[in-house]
Design a protein around this ligand. Structure first.
Ligand code: PLP
Length: 398
């Protein structure tokens, strides 16, 4: 069948592919230590669920404005101001069907053939494909493990060309947990302003930061009004991945273009989910530190456990809920190698050790593996035992 060039430019999300392979084994009764999915294992907080039930009972089940109900747009701006120090007006906010939808729409509105988009690597799997779908060219800037995978303003400036239209900055990062400190972020903003480049901050993990880091938004910096676009989501912060509510904050003209696109494509995000998100934004945030404290414990256990496996190195992620170990010492063609690359290694780990994780190739980082620690300590312990066994058995055989 003949498809368009634009759909042929992209691939199915590799994380989705891993999840579906693991699900197949699970359905056959295989016990999988699953480090695949990038979503909180906590339930959506009760007060948010109750708000959705109330919305259903009150028949709030009709179309809403394409850009979202006004109380939610107001509440998002108020929440972002309170939590992250910005000063957006509801006219500068649009509600979308998740952070990914927001990113997709921003690219559709701003990027076309010939435009370059700078993406620090390792990157979240969807960034380059969304850019390519829009017709743009992703330009990668490598970050280093010894620098906590944090990108520098000087590296961004080197990558800027007359064709650069936009920079995507995801801090804390999926997959590395890397965080761009506020002073460096402001340096990056200055570079973007100097070269008239949009700075799109993906803040989906804003509230999952570990000491000494704190939640930070570049929208709180002076001079961010003209060229900063903020992508946010209730998915991770409020354990609401399935509800599909995200938002974009930015200059009013851009928001109007995004609403125009939504009015001709998705229309509004689900009305019931919008009322749930309204409660998330207005209600108590007490579940967030509880989740964070749990992630902190898991982070410690998984990083220490991975570091104890011979040939594996692993940095401390500054935020999010992913460990990103390097397994290069186990790769290659030699007798001691377990696999040629991480894609092959992750297949072996799934089939032989029943451990599901995502190979680094998916994130532009060959040699690395991504393990989500949004799973219980017991499952982390079990997964680590399996990994230790897998690597030491092969070690002994070599
Ligand atoms: N941005 C990053 C870096 C992510 O990891 C994700 C989800 O995994 C998203 C955006 C999109 O999240 P959602 O569409 O659920 O809001």
């Amino acid at each position: 069948m003949q498809f368009t060039d634009r759909i042929n430019r992209i691939q199915i999300s590799p994380t989705a592919a891993v999840i579906s392979e693991a699900e197949k084994l699970k359905s056959r009764g295989v016990d999988i230590a699953d480090f695949g999915p990038g979503e909180p294992d906590f339930p959506t907080p009760d007060h948010i669920k109750k708000a959705a039930i109330k919305a259903i009972e009150e028949n709030k089940s009709k179309y809403t404005p394409a850009g979202g109900i006004m109380p939610l747009r107001e509440a998002i701006c108020a929440w972002h101001k309170r939590e992250l120090g910005s000063s957006y007006d509801p006219k500068e906010c649009v509600v979308s069907v998740g952070g990914k939808h927001s990113i997709f729409n921003v690219m559709s509105v701003l990027i076309q053939q010939g435009d370059e988009v700078i993406i620090p690597a390792p990157y979240w799997v969807s960034f380059p494909d969304i850019v390519k779908y829009a017709g743009g060219t992703p330009v990668f800037v490598e970050t280093k493990p010894e620098e906590g995978f944090s990108v520098k303003a000087s590296a961004i400036e080197k990558a800027v060309t007359p064709r650069t239209k936009l920079l995507i900055l995801n801090s804390p990062s999926n997959p590395t947990g890397g965080i761009v400190p506020p002073d460096e972020y402001q340096g990056i903003l200055a570079v973007c302003r100097k070269h008239k480049v949009w700075l799109m901050g993906d803040e989906c993990y804003s509230h999952f930061t570990y000491e000494p880091h704190k939640p930070y938004s570049i929208a709180s910096a002076a001079g961010s009004e003209e060229n900063v676009i903020i992508i946010g989501s209730v998915s991770k912060t409020f354990a609401m991945t399935g509800w599909r509510i995200g938002y974009t904050l930015g200059p009013e003209v851009l928001i109007q273009a995004l609403i125009k696109l939504q009015s001709q494509s998705t229309s509004n995000a689900t009305s019931i989910a919008q009322y749930a998100a309204l409660e998330a934004m207005r209600g108590t945030m007490e579940t967030v530190p509880v989740m964070l404290a749990e992630y902190e414990k898991r982070r410690k256990r998984i990083v220490e456990g991975l570091r104890a496996i011979p040939g594996i190195t692993c940095e401390w992620p500054g935020g999010a809920f992913y460990a990103f170990p390097n397994a290069s010492a186990h790769l290659g063609e030699g007798r001691h190698a377990h696999a040629k690359n991480c894609s092959e290694l992750s297949k072996l780990l799934l089939e032989k050790a029943h451990v599901a994780l995502v190979p680094g190739e998916a994130f532009g980082a060959p040699g690395y593996l991504r393990l989500s620690y949004a799973t219980s300590i017991e499952r982390i312990e079990e997964g680590l035992r399996r990994l230790e066994r897998f690597f030491s058995r092969a070690e002994a055989a070599a």
